[in-house]
Ligand binder design. Structure first.
Ligand code: SF4
Length: 291
């Protein structure tokens, strides 16, 4: 991997986002145009075998890490849509996005629809999601023309519970998340060089140091977090301002929403992730833990 100077990165950044203004103001006209987008054919997952057999997996070389650090610093004050534009320009079809249809994910999809609507976007469909979450997939498709791919474990919920003599989320949620989320995301990300997620630094101690652009050692790909330095209120202000579809459970006290057995509504004053795996030590499913 070639070493890139800061000058080269700036030139590359200028090429990728010529309208870059280093402000927090959003180009609203772009969003409004995106509201009536035609239905895009579902994006397909590139196969490293069929698409480019000779293409090696990314290597975490010192030069590449330096490029990521420089890009992350450069984009720290950029609008999230510019981060998405950079990611799409840099990784093209080797960029993917994972979403659980949380508010941050819906907002990123809102921007993605105007910047790179053909990006492969997926949801880890564990079989335990709320029906409101699953319905949001259809509302996203109707609004933005983007079809989020469901990526599922090899076993159905019924098969999985039969195999383990009952629901594992009650007795061993770490294994349940490992089997129904981590194994699946490893399989998907093996086809890509970079993934985008909607994590924010102020969500939890595990996420406090998340860079805008960084190396995800756990999965061996670049991780892009366009909303890392946004707050919850910034996200919701933008969602309401742009009329972005969101999960109706948020209006019933559910702040962070995952699988229904491991999610509850929270009360005033509770931490926003207190409703996840409530009553246990578990705070993360493992996707965003930095190894
Ligand atoms: Fe299983 Fe709960 Fe993890 Fe979903 S969140 S995969 S139900 S343990």
């Amino acid at each position: 991997m070639a070493r890139y100077s800061v000058e080269v990165l700036i030139i590359r950044a200028a090429y990728c986002f010529p309208d870059y203004r280093f402000t927090n103001s959003a180009p609203t006209d772009v969003f409004q145009k995106s509201q009536r987008q035609k239905l895009h054919p579902p994006a397909t997952m590139p196969s490293s075998d069929s698409e480019n057999p000779s293409r090696p997996r990314l290597e975490a070389s010192p030069e590449f890490m330096a490029e990521l650090v420089a890009a992350s610093e450069l984009l720290e004050k950029a609008d999230p849509i510019e981060v998405i534009r950079w990611a799409s320009g840099r990784f093209g079809k080797r960029l993917t996005m994972a979403t659980a249809f949380g508010p941050e994910g819906c907002l990123i999809l809102h921007w993605l629809s105007s910047v790179a609507p053909d990006t492969f976007v997926f949801n880890l469909e564990t079989g335990y999601q709320f029906k409101e979450t699953l319905e949001l997939r259809d509302r996203i498709r109707d609004r933005y023309g983007i079809t989020v791919s469901y990526e599922s474990p090899e076993t159905t919920v019924e098969e999985y519970e039969r195999k383990h003599g009952g629901p594992l989320y009650r007795t061993d949620p770490a294994t349940c998340c490992g089997d129904r989320k981590i194994v699946v995301i490893e399989r998907v990300l093996s086809n890509f060089d970079a993934w985008m997620s909607g994590i924010r630094r102020d969500q939890s101690p595990d996420r406090a140091n998340a860079p805008i652009i960084g190396w995800d050692k756990k999965f061996g790909v670049v991780k892009i977090s366009p909303l890392a330095n946004w707050t919850k209120s910034q996200v919701w202000d933008k969602i309401l301002q742009e009329d972005v579809p969101y999960n109706p459970l948020h209006d019933k006290g559910y702040v962070s929403i995952g699988c229904w057995p491991c999610t509850r509504a929270i009360t005033d004053g509770e931490d926003e992730r207190a409703g996840r795996w409530s009553g246990s030590e578990k705070t993360e499913c493992g996707l965003h833990i930095r190894d």
